[in-house]
Design a protein around this ligand. Structure first.
Ligand SMILES: Nc1ncnc2c1ncn2[C@@H]1O[C@H](COP(=O)(O)OP(=O)(O)OP(=O)(O)O)[C@@H](O)[C@H]1O
Ligand SMILES: [Mg+2]
Length: 217
């Protein structure tokens, strides 16, 4: 079974696409487990609370994310072993991109996350921060965002996006998806790419061969 990560800046559409992808996989007869980081357990809740503070320490946040992930991985592996496809909205790539954009050394971030297995496939939803912020400001909870905050947010997300784009060049697992398109078009693009991988795996299974996913990516 496959371990799929959806990555991208805030408002890029990860949650929306993850749900649609899971229901597509279920229609195809697979079991699908949908999950996200930070998680809903104690450490995940602590992260959400701490992130709301004005002057949170990015290194402390990075360590908390790694701790949350350590628990999350147990859950993910047990779902994969019981024949589920697992889709996670955000994984350790988010830590590298976000805490990296806050000035934390990316090698150190990789080191504290080195226990985390790579995802089989990463769909990176690429979008201009300006566009993503527009989507989020149309949500009621963001209606009161002041202009200055939104400008600072855009600058920050620009740096996060640069990190993601660098990973996309360096890491073969990364599939860049143009997330500025409509929800339907983005989903079609993801399904097309995943569909190719799934048919390859099914073919190999019929031939009794072990799949080398790397050959496809
Ligand atoms: N392709 C799209 N075109 C227009 N609006 C979209 C698109 N995809 C998602 N949206 C809308 O943008 C908002 C953010 O989407 P979503 O919550 O899926 O993003 P996200 O990447 O999960 O964000 P976060 O990082 O904050 O969890 C939602 O209101 C959603 O309906
Ligand atoms: Mg989301």
């Amino acid at each position: 079974m496959l371990f799929i990560a959806l990555e991208g800046i805030d408002g890029s559409g990860k949650g929306t696409q993850a749900k649609l992808l899971c229901s597509w996989l279920r229609d195809k007869g697979y079991s699908c487990y949908l999950t996200a980081e930070p998680t809903d357990n104690n450490i995940g809740r602590l992260i959400r609370k701490y992130l709301k503070e004005d002057n949170f320490d990015p290194r402390a946040i990075a360590l908390l994310f790694a701790a949350d992930r350590s628990l999350h991985i147990k859950d993910i592996l047990s779902k994969l072993h019981s024949d589920n496809m697992v889709i996670t909205e955000r994984y350790f790539y988010s830590s590298l991109a976000y805490q990296g954009a806050l000035g934390i050394n990316i090698d150190w971030l990789e080191e504290i996350n080195s226990f985390a297995p790579e995802a089989d496939i990463v769909f990176y939803l690429d979008i201009e921060p300006e566009e993503a912020i527009k989507r989020m400001t149309s949500l009621s909870s963001f209606r009161n965002t002041r202009e200055k905050e939104s400008y600072e947010k855009e600058e920050f997300l620009r740096r996060v996006r640069q990190n993601y784009l660098k990973f996309a060049e360096e890491r073969e697992k990364f599939n860049v998806i143009d997330a500025s398109k409509s929800i339907r078009e983005v989903q079609t693009d993801i399904r097309r790419r995943l569909g190719r991988i799934l048919s390859f795996i099914e073919e190999e299974k019929k031939k009794g061969r072990q799949t080398r996913l790397e050959d496809l990516l």
